[in-house]
Design a protein around this ligand. Structure first.
Ligand code: SAM
Length: 245
């Protein structure tokens, strides 16, 4: 991921920087698909790290891991507060996390092992090509995308993850009775996310903490920072429309 002034990878929140078009903090974007197979950096040798396409046997191990039901997937977990709390809250589920930044992948693997969370696996890299190649349609009871990068500058809007390809991938990955959970602190991006997911055929089933399922979710690192600095956030739960309408 490039380190432009429009994208920073740290999830610490400075109250003077919240939702400012100059800061562009958040997640997602960029064309990272090719890194999956071309990275020359050896994969992390930690028990809970899967490195499909990069280490022999890991493609099969990933397919076996995602075949379990229920399955939860977090995209861009950063500091792994949410990932680990989700796994602890759902010991019956498999929880697969994707993150580009190696240090958070290593931290998630290390902490999940120390906490005895045997139901966690993490993959270093862009979630999108992995989901396309390894996760069958209708697999996930929950897909979780928390605080995606708004890419403030107009010339960078094409890097936003919530484009039509990604929303189609979300609609494909979420199980018929599953949900996509999205949180953001950027109002304009929240509107766009709702628009894009509706266009992809997902329905907004709940928003805000009045929705019991959203209220019951863990808090991500950035979300905790938002709470600390009284930054309003937007929470959404999207589902497939009911066949009965
Ligand atoms: C702003 S942070 C948010 C982290 C966490 N979700 C939170 O709420 O605290 C965004 C993280 O997503 C990661 N990321 C961005 N695009 C990604 C992608 N396509 N696949 C996986 N991770 C991604 C970044 O490396 C970064 O660590």
């Amino acid at each position: 991921m490039s380190s432009t002034d429009d994208h920073r990878d740290d999830t610490d929140l400075d109250p003077t920087e919240v939702a400012s078009p100059r800061t562009g903090r958040g997640l997602m974007g960029g064309d990272l698909d090719r890194r999956v197979e071309t990275s020359r950096v050896p994969p992390l040798a930690q028990a809970r790290v899967l490195a499909p396409f990069r280490r022999d046997g890991d493609e099969e191990a990933t397919r076996a891991f995602v075949a379990h039901r229920p399955l939860h997937i977090e995209i861009g977990f950063g500091r792994p507060h949410y990932l680990l709390d989700l796994a602890a809250a759902h010991p019956d589920a498999h929880v697969l996390g994707f993150e580009i930044k190696r240090r958070w992948v290593a931290a998630a693997a290390d902490r999940s092992e120390r906490l005895g969370l045997a139901n966690v696996r993490v993959i270093e890299g862009d979630a999108r090509p992995h989901l396309e190649r390894l996760v069958p349609p209708g697999s996930a009871a929950g897909v979780h995308v928390l605080f995606p990068d708004p890419w403030w500058k107009k010339k960078h809007h094409k890097k936003r993850v919530f484009n039509s390809e990604f929303t189609a991938l979300m609609a494909r990955t979420v199980a018929p009775d599953g949900a996509l959970y999205v949180k953001t602190d950027v109002e304009a991006y929240a509107d766009l996310i709702v628009e894009e997911l509706s266009a992809a055929g997902l329905s907004l089933a709940g928003s805000g903490t009045s929705d019991a399922l959203l209220a019951a979710l863990p808090r991500s690192h950035r979300e905790k920072k938002c709470a600390e600095f009284n930054v309003p956030i937007h929470l959404f739960r999207f589902v497939h429309p009911s066949p009965l309408g």
